[in-house]
Design a protein around this ligand. Structure first.
Ligand SMILES: *Cc1c(COP(=O)(O)O)cnc(C)c1O
Length: 429
């Protein structure tokens, strides 16, 4: 049995001053019937908890740590930036450097603005889209997550074409009402909304590869259909690449699928583990932002020098020859390995992978949208999670999250992980 008394004690202490003991709900690990581990160290592909247990990490801070924990070049860049001053609230040259890197990588980006979180990026992109079109309604997809701003905390009820039902208390009804929900991988459900809300829809926002209901790739044609529909209806197409940017491809989903949206939201990898996100796109749209245009958007710590330094160092590491290709190959080896082991053990799984992210759904049906994701056996995932943790592998504490690979995962880490999967699949079949 895993010895976790220090984590348990830290958790009880935290619960007295922090609601649920955590600063983001999924960390509490309730979906897998556990209490959280408190982590103390990270190095490369490994993390260590406060009791001294070591794990191979496939959470990677939920995506940002594509180069692993405490990569020496990232740490050095952050230290150098800190010594020069943690924050000025004035422009720095490094922001322009990073903006140029983003423009080079993201084919849809001519101009970009930096913010502090993915939540801010999507919220601001929508404001820009509404201002540009003079329309109020937006379309999102069931099972897609775009951060926790009011208008985006909405999913569908049972039907695909429901008007927004908030998935949190405290969201005003008239805000949720402006969010229309369509079905992922179902462009007809979007066309139907455009019919019903003719010339009222400002934007369609989508995770070009869904990652927040577990990894669900787009069907061939889905993203192209969204592009065609939004163009013909005069609506703005927003790819929320907060998870997929620099992850499914060095150029994100835009390059991987070759579909150009009007705006892109970035986060996670772009900050290399520090709080940084961005939204960007066509210059004509982006020039709508204050001080050039009428759309207000601001931030005391936006473009923070430490975060920008970590982001730049991370993106440059990914550009080294062969690095990204090896990362994707390693992810494929692991994902295919898990699929093979589960197959031999007779445990039905669906392994969805794009680039360096994947999900293992405990289901015997292909997972293509929210409904099919929800058909997975989350109780079996919980047993898998707990057994893998005991075995020294740190996974996301929910069936509906992606697993993230980093360039720090070695062949040895992958072999170790697959050995544990072999034992655990046998245990849970
Ligand atoms: C993580 C995520 C967000 C929210 O980003 P935060 O930095 O947590 O606010 C938004 N969209 C997608 C697709 C994400 O994966």
């Amino acid at each position: 049995m895993l010895e976790t008394c220090k984590s348990d004690q830290a958790y009880r202490r935290a619960c007295q001053v922090i609601p649920g003991g955590v600063d983001s709900p999924v960390r509490a690990a309730r979906a897998v019937g556990r209490t959280p581990l408190f982590l103390a160290h990270g190095e490369g592909a490994h993390v260590q908890d406060v009791d001294g247990n070591r794990y191979v990490d496939y959470v990677g801070s939920w995506g940002p740590l594509i180069c692993g924990h405490a990569h020496p070049e990232v740490v050095e860049a952050v230290c150098r930036a800190a010594q020069a001053g943690c924050s000025f609230g004035a422009p720095t040259e490094a922001e322009t450097e990073l903006a140029l890197e983003v423009r080079k990588a993201c084919d849809a980006v001519e101009m970009v603005r930096f913010v502090n979180s993915g939540t801010e990026a999507t919220m601001s992109a929508l404001r820009l889209a509404r201002a540009a079109t003079g329309r109020d309604y937006i379309v999102k997809f069931e099972g897609c997550y775009h951060g926790h701003s009011d208008g985006l905390l909405v999913k569908a009820g049972s039907g695909a074409l429901t008007n927004g039902v908030p998935s949190s208390a405290g969201v005003p009804a008239d805000v949720a009402e402006k969010t229309l929900v369509a079905r992922y991988n179902d462009s007809q459900s979007v066309a139907d909304l455009f019919d019903r809300y003719h010339e009222k829809i400002a934007a369609v926002i989508v995770e070009p590869v869904a990652g927040n209901m577990g990894v669900v790739p787009p069907d061939p044609g889905f993203l192209l259909d969204l592009r065609a529909l939004t163009l013909s209806e005069g609506a703005v197409l927003i790819f929320d690449e907060v998870m997929t940017g620099f992850r499914v491809d060095r150029g994100g989903a835009v390059r991987y699928y070759g579909v150009l949206p009007d705006l892109v939201c970035l986060g996670k990898v772009i900050g290399g583990g520090l709080p940084l996100a961005a939204f960007g796109g066509r210059a004509e749209l982006m020039r709508g932002l204050a001080p050039e245009g009428p759309v207000y958007q601001a931030g005391t710590l936006s473009g923070n020098p430490l975060a920008v330094a970590a982001g730049l160092a991370t993106l440059r590491l990914l550009q080294k020859p062969g690095v990204f290709e090896r990362l994707v190959d390693a992810t494929e080896t692991l994902a295919a390995g898990i699929e093979g082991i589960a197959g031999r053990a007779g445990v039905p799984v669906q392994v969805n992978r794009v680039g360096a992210m994947f999900s293992v759904f405990f289901s015997d049906e292909p997972v293509t949208d929210y409904e099919s994701a929800c058909a997975s056996d989350s109780q079996r995932y919980a047993r898998y999670y707990r057994a893998m943790l005991e075995a020294g592998v740190y996974l996301a504490p929910s069936q509906y999250e992606a697993a993230f690979m980093s360039t720090a995962h070695t062949d040895h880490d992958i072999a170790f992980t697959l050995e544990q999967v072999e034992r655990v699949m046998d245990e849970i079949k």
